[in-house]
Ligand binder design. Structure first.
Ligand SMILES: Nc1ncnc2c1ncn2[C@@H]1O[C@H](COP(=O)(O)OP(=O)(O)O)[C@@H](O)[C@H]1O
Ligand SMILES: CC(=O)N[C@@H](CCC(=O)OP(=O)(O)O)C(=O)O
Length: 311
């Protein structure tokens, strides 16, 4: 077991004035409310998908890192899968390229793949790792290549306009298999794995995989208790922009059919539903722009975002 006590004083300082405006009694009640959740989730794995849109401000990055460390310190095992779509877009712009997407998937030519690897496996991941470590956690960055974690195949995306045909999205991967042994070893040793969604193919090439797909599959393979997807909307919204607090497979089919769900929400919901069907106990899409949304979702009775259920 790791001794975290040495990190405690700096941890408390960096956590900052979380609830300074609350009365002592309310503060105590909030803390007391966490106990049954800590007991329920102690020793369990929670996969957190940290979307690129939820990491655009330092304030939010700090809140995220703080919450992940707190979860680890109370005996819950967070596994972070990160995205970085907007960060890849900015990097592509700098080299004079514009990102294009089909059904929420980035069309990835060889040059784009280089940028994807460089941004996700580099800058974005290292920022998250450093921030978690700053709060006293022990984060380790991995790509799907490390320890043979994510095997990928080239994605075959059905062409809607041409039944039976497939679109060529370049180096976009779909998951062939996951070998979670490296993640389990790190988690058992009190590390916090931070995974970027890059897989490797039989052909020895790297593939760009949508981070939502990776998060869902990892949650499934690790038999996670929970999957929390942090994004930049209050959750899944209906046609009028109202939050849908709970969704089942049938309702999701309807939302797909009438076009309520589009863009990046397509892979997110599909992956969330797959995870729910495959035994992940609770699956949530939450607003990563709300500070400490992870603590709200995991350690309080407060309902946040959209919960996805298999039925
Ligand atoms: N019905 C919907 N409800 C909420 N967001 C939706 C919906 N349909 C499409 N979206 C889009 O999906 C986006 C979230 O997906 P994405 O951009 O991939 O985020 P992330 O980087 O967090 O994975 C939202 O910002 C929104 O523009
Ligand atoms: C194939 C594909 O679309 N890959 C994504 C990987 C990053 C990602 O998923 O980032 P977010 O979670 O921030 O959207 C991309 O290139 O943008």
């Amino acid at each position: 077991m790791t001794d975290f006590t040495q990190a405690d004083s700096s941890y408390a300082e960096k956590a900052g004035p979380l609830v300074t405006t609350l009365t002592p009694r309310i503060k105590a009640e909030v803390l007391a409310e966490a106990l049954p959740y800590i007991r329920r989730f102690h020793g369990k794995t929670i996969v957190v998908k940290y979307g690129g849109n939820a990491m655009t401000e330092e304030r939010l990055q700090r809140s995220f890192a703080h919450d992940v460390v707190l979860l680890k310190l109370v005996g819950i095992n967070p596994i972070v899968v990160h995205g970085g779509g907007p960060q890849i877009d900015s990097a592509l712009k700098r080299v004079g390229k514009q990102g294009t997407f089909v059904q929420g998937m980035r069309v990835t030519d060889a040059e784009t793949m280089e940028v994807v690897e460089w941004v996700l496996g580099g800058e974005v991941q290292q920022d998250i790792v450093m921030m978690i470590n700053e709060f006293g956690g022990k984060a380790v960055g991995l790509t799907g290549k490390d320890g043979g974690l994510i095997r990928a195949n080239k994605m075959r995306m059905p062409d809607k306009n041409n039944p039976g045909a497939f679109l060529d999205l370049g180096f976009v991967g779909e998951i062939a298999s996951i070998d979670p042994s490296v993640v389990k070893a790190l988690q058992d040793d009190q590390f916090i794995p931070v995974i970027s969604p890059i897989g490797f193919g039989e052909d020895g090439l790297a593939y760009n995989i949508n981070a939502d797909l990776v998060a869902g599959k990892i949650a499934e393979v690790l038999r996670a208790e929970k999957l929390v997807m942090m994004t930049n909307t209050p959750g899944v919204l209906d046609k009028n922009g109202n939050l849908l607090t709970g969704l089942t497979a049938n309702k999701i089919d309807e939302l797909f059919a009438d076009g309520t769900i589009s863009g990046g929400m397509l892979p997110k919901i599909s992956s969330a539903l797959e995870a729910a069907k495959s035994g992940v106990n609770s699956v949530h899409i939450v607003d990563g722009r709300v500070e400490h949304v992870l603590l709200l979702e995991i350690l309080t009775a407060q309902g946040v975002g959209t919960m996805i259920r298999s039925h």
